[in-house]
Design a protein around this ligand. Structure first.
Ligand SMILES: Cc1ncc(COP(=O)(O)O)c(C=O)c1O
Ligand SMILES: N[C@@H](CCCC[NH3+])C(=O)O
Length: 428
């Protein structure tokens, strides 16, 4: 839990406001972020890198609200993107395209062309086929694309299998054994320029050793390429540092960076990081209100107004996020509750078997919801995605409104009358 969400007088506060006052103004469900937490978590990376050449490329996929991107851009952030949509978001938020790195295994030609047109810093190339395509696209535009090869170092990140990316059987990156050959190929191509080595081994890592194992393999490659006259300007170490959801003790950012710096020694190289979760997760909560309590013989259910469409992590990864009542004044009997939403799926839950003293109408906070929360929300069951509110000191700012219902079917079309006649219905 971030120090920017604190208990005070039995009320959960975000910065200088009570979360109850935010819910009162904007309703529930509602994502609430702390700008001070975003700032602090970003600076946690910057400060231990003082005296080095570095760039912190915040991974947009984690939480791409424009207000957050703008805040980070003003602090000097670069951005890690994986789609043209994310690139356009960076531009809309006033980010510098010259500080953007483009990851992802499936870059389309139009995405490459747009990224070249706006002058991104680097493409993180994930396959040989992508390298050839990028060379062609850049050639057609009369440009040279700066690239890193994303190497797959085959280390076990020891995290959830769905969010582990640096093993041989993951789809990401180019096998480290093939990397030297691919760099030679890139070097020979006219319209790509290999400037970096990139890796990202997974997310929610709570131990240092997989990062260090991966770095050792990257440094071996770096030294080998140097021997062959290929000078690498930057090492991109990806994101992945975990956070405390339920008592995990990931390394502090400063210790993580100190360990990396020690390994890198006096190699003259710019360091790029692509953190997401460690900046965003504990900078946000999801507020939800209890609609009904449904105690039973086998289970007690608290039915809340947020659902799996608002926050899918619990059901998708069996992820555990702390759930607390926002106002601790009231006293009720403590019971074990499953906190479930209104969506028609048995997997629609936010937390299971939580010991809570709650009543109908109570306001709950799902903690650590700033990362992979809103961005993974959907309109399943024709539910509007929730609003997002940014708190700055004692002010609350609506940074995305609740989706108006009619926007959920905007762009859909009825079949024309002719298609509804028996003749138009060829299937019959
Ligand atoms: C290429 C890449 N970079 C950065 C990140 C951000 O990771 P995290 O949120 O774990 O810091 C991800 C997501 O795992 C990723 O796939
Ligand atoms: N969405 C995942 C993380 C994905 C990491 C992206 N490479 C989560 O919520 O934990």
């Amino acid at each position: 839990m971030s120090t920017h969400f604190v208990w005070h007088d039995d009320q959960l506060h975000v910065e200088q406001l009570t979360l109850s006052s935010v819910a009162e103004r904007f309703g529930t469900p509602c994502y609430v972020y702390s700008s001070a937490a975003f700032r602090q978590h970003f600076l946690d990376y910057v400060l231990p890198l003082e005296g080095t050449r570095h760039l912190i490329c915040y991974a947009l996929k984690t939480n791409s609200n424009l207000a957050i991107l703008n805040l980070l851009a003003r602090l000097g952030a670069g951005f890690d993107i994986v789609s043209i949509g994310e690139l356009e978001r960076v531009l809309a938020a006033g980010g510098d395209p010259g500080r953007v790195v483009f990851s992802g295994v499936g870059k389309r030609e139009d995405e490459m062309a747009r990224a070249l047109a706006v002058g991104i810093k680097c493409f993180n190339v994930e396959s040989e086929a992508e390298l050839e395509r990028l060379n062609e696209v850049a050639g057609r535009l009369g440009q040279v694309a700066a690239i890193s090869i994303r190497v797959n170092p085959d280390v076990d990140a020891r995290t959830h299998p769905y969010i582990s990316t640096g093993l041989k059987d993951n789809k990401f990156g180019i096998a480290i054994a093939d990397a030297e050959r691919v760099y030679q190929r890139a070097f020979a191509l006219e319209h790509v320029n290999p400037v970096g080595i990139d890796c990202h081994i997974g997310s929610q890592l709570t131990e240092l050793s997989p990062f260090l194992d991966a770095l050792d393999r990257l440094l071996t490659l770096y030294d080998l390429l140097a021997e062959h006259g290929i000078h690498i300007e930057h090492l991109d170490l990806g994101g992945g540092l975990g956070v405390n959801y339920t008592g995990e003790t990931p390394p502090a950012v400063a210790d993580y960076i100190a360990a990396l710096r020690q390994r890198i020694g006096d190699r003259d190289v710019e360091l790029i990081f692509e953190p997401g979760r460690s900046i965003a997760a504990n900078a946000g909560v999801l507020l939800t209100r209890i609609e009904y309590l449904k105690p039973g013989d086998a289970k007690n259910f608290a039915i809340v107004d947020a659902a799996m469409n608002d926050l899918i992590r619990p059901t998708l990864y069996q992820a555990w996020q702390n759930i607390t009542r926002v106002d601790q004044h009231k006293t009720h009997d403590t019971k074990h509750w499953d906190i479930v939403g209104p969506v028609c799926e048995s997997g629609d839950y936010l937390g299971k078997d939580r010991e809570l003293a709650i009543a109908q109408g109570d306001l709950l906070a799902v903690h650590s919801a700033g990362a992979y929360g809103f961005v993974m929300a959907s309109n399943y069951n024709t539910r509007s995605r929730p609003p997002e509110v940014m708190v700055v000191g004692d002010q609350m700012h609506l940074v995305r409104e609740r989706e108006p219902l009619a926007s959920l079917w905007a762009g859909e079309a009825l079949l024309p009358e002719a298609a509804l006649t028996p003749q138009g219905n060829h299937a019959s």
